[in-house]
Ligand binder design. Structure first.
Ligand SMILES: NC(=O)c1ccc[n+]([C@@H]2O[C@H](COP(=O)([O-])OP(=O)(O)OC[C@H]3O[C@@H](n4cnc5c(N)ncnc54)[C@H](OP(=O)(O)O)[C@@H]3O)[C@@H](O)[C@H]2O)c1
Length: 306
C-alpha cells in the first residue's frame, strides 16, 4: 500500500509532520471526519503522515486514512508531491494547494526546514512567478504549530518566507486571536497605571512553560504599550486541561479578566485545517493569525455581510 495519498486536483493536500502525536492524530481525524469544511469551500486531504524514521509508528497506517502510511518527510517530498500539484492553476480559487503542517517538536522543525530547502533550493529563479518554481510545481506553504521554538528555528523558518507562504502560530484558535485583540483594546483604554498579568493552564504532559500562546499574548499586549514582564506570566500544569488563558488587567478598585477556554483539542485541529486552507493559495510571505482573522473580515465585507 502506498505511503502517500493519491493526489487530487482542487484539494488542499496536507503533509502532516508529527502525525503520530496528540495534535497530529487529532488533525488527521478531523480531516477524515470532515474533509469538506464549510468555510472557504475547498476540500482537504491527508497527503502524507510524517514520523521519525525510528518511531514505532513509522510505516503504520494513519487512523481514518487507510491509504496513508507514516513515512519520513524526505521520502514524502521525493514521492508524489509533484503529481499532487501537476496541472493546478496556482492562485486561482479552488486550485490545488499543498501545505506542510508541522505539529511535532522544536528539533523537528529544524529538520523540516532542512528537508524543504534541500528539495526546493535556496532561491526562486527569476520569472518563476510567486509560489511557482521553475519546474512548474507550486512550492508548498508551511504551517508550524510547534511551541517553544528557539531563535535558530524561527530564523530558519523566516528564511523560507521569500519563496514559501509561512505561518508560525502557537495557537490555531481564532478565539485566541480575538482575545489578543480584546486585551490590546482594554490595555489601550486604561493606560499604564493598570497592571497586566497572564495565567495559562494546560495538561500535565505539556513540555514547555509558559505556553507559546501566553508569550504571544504578552507580545500583543506589549504592542499596545504595556510590557508584561515574564514574572507576571503564570503557568499551571495539571490533569487533562486542554488550554486556558486569562489576561488580568487590574487598577485601583477594579479588575478585568478576559478568559479563553479551549474545551476540546479539536479546536486546535480544526483551526490548523483552517490555517492550512488559508495558506494554501497565498503568495510567499510571513503570515500570522491576524492575517487569517483579517481575511474573514474581508470576506464578510465583500459579501455584503460586514
Ligand atoms: N498551534 C496549536 O494550536 C497547538 C495546539 C496544541 C499543541 N501544539 C503544539 O504542537 C506540538 C505537538 O504537540 P502534541 O501534544 O501533539 O505533542 P506529542 O504528543 O508529544 O507529539 C509530537 C509528535 O511529534 C513527533 N516527532 C518528534 N520529532 C519528530 C520528527 N523529527 N519527525 C516527525 N515526527 C517527530 C513525536 O514522535 P516521538 O514520540 O516518536 O518522538 C510525537 O509523535 C507541541 O509543540 C505543542 O505545544 C500546538
Amino acid at each position: 500500500m502506498s505511503s502517500i495519498h493519491t493526489p487530487q486536483r482542487d484539494v488542499v493536500h496536507i503533509t502532516l509532520v508529527g502525525a503520530a502525536g496528540r495534535m497530529g492524530r487529532a488533525i488527521a481525524r478531523c480531516i477524515a471526519d470532515a474533509p469538506i469544511q464549510g468555510e472557504r469551500g475547498s476540500r482537504v486531504a491527508l497527503h502524507a503522515g510524517i514520523t521519525r524514521a525510528g518511531s514505532s509508528a513509522h510505516g503504520t497506517a494513519i487512523d481514518g486514512h487507510p491509504g496513508v502510511r507514516c513515512t519520513t518527510l524526505v521520502a514524502a517530498l521525493e514521492g508524489a508531491l509533484e503529481g499532487a500539484l501537476e496541472g493546478a492553476s496556482a492562485g486561482a480559487h479552488g486550485a490545488a494547494g499543498h501545505v506542510i503542517a508541522d505539529f511535532s517538536s522544536p528539533d523537528s522543525v529544524i529538520s523540516t526546514v532542512a528537508a524543504i530547502r534541500a528539495k526546493y533550493g535556496e532561491k526562486p529563479r527569476e520569472n518563476s512567478g510567486f509560489g511557482r518554481p521553475e519546474t512548474g510545481v507550486r512550492r508548498p506553504a508551511i504551517l508550524v504549530g510547534v511551541t517553544g521554538l528557539g531563535a535558530e528555528a524561527v530564523a530558519a523558518l523566516r528564511g523560507l518566507c521569500d519563496r514559501h507562504a509561512v505561518m508560525l502560530t502557537p495557537n490555531t484558535s481564532l478565539g485566541i486571536a480575538a482575545l489578543a485583540s480584546a486585551a490590546q483594546s482594554v490595555v489601550r483604554a486604561l493606560g499604564p497605571s493598570y497592571g497586566v498579568a497572564i495565567t495559562e493552564s494546560h495538561h500535565a504532559m505539556k513540555k514547555d512553560a509558559p505556553s507559546g500562546t501566553a508569550l504571544r499574548l504578552a507580545e500583543a499586549i506589549a504592542r499596545a504599550g504595556q510590557p508584561v514582564p515574564r514574572e507576571h506570566i503564570h503557568s499551571i500544569r495539571a490533569g487533562d486541561i486542554v488550554g486556558t488563558h486569562t489576561v488580568t488587567i487590574a487598577g485601583p478598585g477594579e479588575v478585568i479578566e478576559l478568559t479563553h477556554r479551549a474545551t476540546t483539542r479539536n479546536l486546535f485541529a480544526l483551526g490548523a485545517i483552517t490555517c492550512a486552507k488559508f495558506l494554501a493559495h497565498r503568495p510567499p510571505g510571513w503570515y500570522t493569525m491576524d492575517d487569517l482573522a483579517g481575511s474573514f473580515a474581508g470576506e464578510e465585507a465583500s459579501s455584503g455581510r460586514g
